[in-house]
Design a protein around this ligand. Structure first.
Ligand code: IMP
Length: 446
């Protein structure tokens, strides 16, 4: 039995959907515990690519339950479309369960999200967060201010109507909202259709754990977008950390076995916010083109840059990472050298190694100190075939040295390597315990 968390260790889009899908093969339950329609987890199946937004990747596997957990904010109309889309393609193979405690993200939250980001941009252009405009911030704000509506309330018409009236009273600043009557009717209808999936998910998971079944918590967004520990205010409104995954699923911390952090072999970010290793020029364009770096939810081009070990060391400690999955190593194949940021030089002359400064503007002013690592060969089909056949032993020696360098620098073993978009293009490097090297992490920023 194991309870395992897989989470993003950078700014999102680390190909963690692919790693979660790989790990889901040995799970009985896969749980999404935070976020909502802002998420886009791409999984390339033999039938073609699938992008999951509000469903856990377990729904793609026979015998696996995909749970959208209590910590999520779910947009029911989009969710219904997502379910129907999978059914139409014959890809809905597992069971869908939706937590009755998850909050409902309403179309009015989408309007409010756009209104808020416009307001920020009008005040100061650089204050715009570049959110996904899917209503995440306002939905979580209403949840915290106790104006929210939970999934279970969709099947209680009188309560739903009361909750909507109260919520609308707080939205007088917004124009063009649907009438309460219209929204209440649409919500009751969609609630009726989703009702077979809605139930309490905590007892389901507690019982599963007691029976010895494997549970995978599938993180969305990423640790550096965490509301408290990310690059505030350029963050999302949930807690995409290991602690957040437990809170958002109702699983006690004492049940947790392992935490896998997923990082690309380089780094990307969508939306605004500091990104010290960003390459704005030709080299960034190269990474964007070869890596196919466009947002899976919004289609926005991703900002691209190099692996940042200062941020990765911080994420490792913040989340208690027990292993790493390094993805998209094929994208860097054929480069003569690969830059990796090992420290920051700050404007006052100091050096930071083990974590970013607290303030976003200070992080933006950090100058990365790069180490150039030797590159590795291109990932031709022949090499991929060898890795599929022989496993990790077939990885190029230069790449293995790059991975060993990351392990030494971060103090966390690399357990998985992603070398292509397809479901079978992930390789396991063996149990982390056998390769762990004790690394003394220097005192905080010391
Ligand atoms: P929100 O989550 O839509 O409020 O957006 C807040 C910030 O998080 C923006 O910079 C988004 O681009 C970013 N963000 C939200 N979800 C994702 C994701 O799934 N991948 C990458 N970035 C994301």
């Amino acid at each position: 039995m194991s309870v395992r968390i897989v989470l993003g260790a950078q700014f999102g889009d680390e190909a963690k959907g692919k790693i979660a899908d790989f790990l889901a093969a040995s799970a009985r339950h896969v749980v999404r515990s935070a976020g909502g329609p802002n998420t886009g987890h791409t999984i390339v199946l033999p039938e073609g690519p699938v992008v999951l937004h509000q469903l856990a990747c377990g729904v793609l596997r026979h015998g696996v339950t995909g749970i959208s957990g209590p910590g999520m904010v779910l947009q029911p109309f989009k969710l219904e479309e997502e379910i129907q889309g999978l059914k139409d393609r014959g890809l809905l193979r597992g069971e869908i369960v939706l937590s009755d405690r998850a909050h409902v993200l309403l179309p009015i939250h989408e309007v409010e999200d756009a209104w808020q980001d416009d307001l920020r941009a009008r005040q100061r252009p650089e204050a715009s967060l570049g959110t996904t405009k899917s209503g995440i911030g306002p939905a979580y704000a209403d949840r915290a201010s106790r104006f929210g509506i939970r999934l279970a309330e969709l099947s209680r018409p009188a309560v739903l109507r009361e909750r909507l009236e109260l919520l609308y009273a707080t939205k007088t600043h917004l124009a063009g909202l649907p009438s309460i009557d219209e929204l209440a009717a649409r919500l009751s209808e969609v609630g009726g259709r989703l009702a077979p999936f809605i139930r309490p998910t905590e007892p389901l998971l507690w019982d599963a754990i007691a029976r010895g079944e494997n549970v995978l918590l599938e993180g969305a967004q990423s640790a550096l977008l965490d509301l408290d520990f990310g690059t505030y205010p350029y963050v999302t409104s949930s807690h995409p950390t290991s602690a957040g995954a437990l809170v958002g699923s109702g699983i006690p911390p004492t049940e947790l076995d392992s935490v896998v952090g997923v990082a690309k072999s380089y780094c990307t970010r969508v939306g605004a916010g500091p990104f010290p290793t960003e390459e704005a020029g030709e080299r960034g364009e190269y990474l964007r083109r070869v890596g196919g770096e466009r947002g899976a939810t919004t289609g926005r081009p991703r900002r691209c840059g190099w692996l940042d070990l200062v941020l990765l060391r911080y994420v490792a400690r913040l989340n208690g990472l027990t292993s790493l999955a390094i993805t998209k190593v094929d994208v860097l194949g054929g480069l003569p050298e690969v830059p990796v940021a090992v420290a920051y030089r700050m404007p006052d002359g100091s050096t930071l190694r083990d974590g970013p400064p607290t303030h976003a503007d200070e992080l933006a002013a950090a100058e990365p100190v790069y180490e150039q690592r030797p590159g590795w060969p291109e990932f031709h089909e022949r090499l991929k075939e060898r890795i599929r056949r022989e496993g990790a032993a077939a990885l190029p020696a230069e790449l293995r040295r790059y991975l060993a360098f990351i392990e030494d620098e971060v103090g966390v073993p690399v357990e998985y390597v992603g070398y292509g978009a397809h479901r079978d293009e992930t390789v396991w490097l063996g149990p982390p315990g056998t390769r762990r090297r004790p690394v003394a992490i220097a005192a905080w920023n010391g």
